[in-house]
Design a protein around this ligand. Structure first.
Ligand code: UD1
Ligand code: UDP
Length: 377
């Protein structure tokens, strides 16, 4: 049996959470399946509660490498990561690099790998908001077009890839490891989390997360959201992202925080318990939109566009920063007319991805893409 060596490159809270079931699966089969893998953490997120807490509570091994790049401008962060990743990939010489989603870490890991001739496996491929003002949209589109194996999470994202002319032979199934992470940990959360007792909550509350650049770096939008949501006559728990905390201080909007129950970012187990018992969720997060739908919780998405368009047919409402749209969606939520999405066909997503990669490697086709691969030499 030949051994495949994979580099898993990640650097932010959502990437750690979403990769956690795959890392645990790889750990459990690495001897039996002849897989070698190692972890490169870019250090894009670095506060304890945006990073290490997830390694501790989700039983993940420490990354072999941590580049500690920290925060900075887009170009600064992206290029520092590239320099660090390149050095490691040259030393380790993996057969493929696996990247997830749409962060600066994702794109830096992808570009650096492909330039060294290392094929890229991209999970959460094909998601599109069709808005190039979002740094994430740039990261997604670029990563998809240089990847060798693309794993779209749903039918819409698979069709997006095909419409962009990406060869079908590069597209592998519909899988979403976030569903593994949410399902595995919401069960644990039910038993273990004491967050409701800690915050003295009885169920009559909402949860809000905000962190998108287009919301929190724009004072007018941020004021619109904070003002509307704080005046809803609802107790709103607000685990605050460090970017949002920084921008609220910079814009001198701290007075709004008194109208929320502001807490530091939570670990995954507590966060899942908090949303599962809430009345509704206000969020601009990608991951939280999916988790809300998995857990059957109404989700008010404070963005103009979303790459999670399937979920809009379920429990999500796209409201931008508009007060009338927020009030309208709350009315719909109170009338209880939402439909739950069935995610039951999405099982063992992380394992499916690993098996598909091994198969491609054993076929000898986990290589940089060439037209002759489909036409034959
Ligand atoms: C990044 C991703 C975004 C993802 C989000 C998840 C990009 C372009 N954006 O956004 O897609 O949804 O992570 O949370 O990659 N900060 C800290 N401590 C930390 C991390 C960040 O204080 O541990 C503060 C710093 O002031 C930093 C700011 O947050 O400048 C933004 O961090 P950054 O990683 O650049 O972007 P996010 O907004 O976190
Ligand atoms: N999350 C968490 N604690 C929090 C807020 C969010 O564990 O206080 C989790 C959430 O359940 C989801 C992920 O973090 O899995 C989403 O991260 P984020 O919103 O930062 O990024 P995005 O999904 O938008 O890229």
């Amino acid at each position: 049996m030949i051994e495949i060596k994979l580099a898993l490159i990640f650097g932010t809270r959502p990437e750690i959470i979403r990769l956690s079931p795959m890392i645990r699966y790889l750990e459990s089969v690495k001897d039996e399946k002849n897989i070698e893998f190692f972890l490169i953490h870019t250090g894009q997120h670095y506060d304890y509660d945006m990073d290490k807490i997830f390694f501790d509570e989700l039983n993940l091994p420490s990354p072999k490498y941590n580049l500690n790049v920290g925060s900075g401008s887009q170009a600064e962060q992206f290029s520092k990561m590239g320099v660090g990743i390149e050095k490691i990939l040259l030393e380790e010489s993996p057969d493929a690099s696996l990247v997830y989603g749409d962060t600066n870490t994702t794109l830096s890991g992808a570009i650096t790998s492909v330039k060294l001739g290392i094929p890229i496996i991209h999970i959460e491929a094909g998601c599109r908001s069709f808005d190039m003002n979002m740094p994430e949209e740039i990261n997604r589109v670029c990563t998809d077009h240089i990847s060798r194996m693309l794993f779209p999470p749903d039918n819409v994202s698979e069709q997006n890839l095909k419409k962009e002319g990406i060869c079908e032979d590069k597209i592998f199934g519909q899988v979403n490891p976030l569903i593994d992470a949410c399902n595995q940990n919401s069960e644990i959360a039910k038993k273990k989390s004491k967050i409701l007792e800690k915050l003295n909550l009885k169920g009559d509350y909402a949860v809000m997360t905000l962190h998108r650049q287009e919301n929190v770096d724009n004072k007018e939008r941020l004021v619109n959201l904070l003002d509307t949501i704080s005046n809803l006559n609802l107790k709103v728990i607000f685990p605050i992202h460090p970017r949002t905390e920084k921008m609220i201080k910079r814009f001198e909007l701290e007075h709004y925080l008194k109208k929320f129950v502001v807490i530091q970012p939570l670990g995954y187990i507590d966060f899942l318990k908090l949303i599962e018992n809430s009345k509704m969720i206000f969020t601009d997060s990608g991951g939280v939109q999916i988790e809300a739908n998995i857990l059957g919780k109404p989700c008010i998405v404070t963005r103009d566009t979303t790459e999670w368009t399937n979920e809009i047919k379920g429990m999500s409402f796209l409201v931008s920063d508009k007060k009338d749209m927020i009030l309208n969606s709350i009315e719909k939520i109170n009338s209880g007319t939402m439909k739950r999405i069935d995610y039951s066909k999405y099982n063992n997503n992380s394992e499916t991805i690993v098996k598909a990669c091994i198969k491609e490697y054993e076929n000898g086709t986990l290589k940089l893409w060439k037209k002759s691969m489909i036409e034959g030499d």
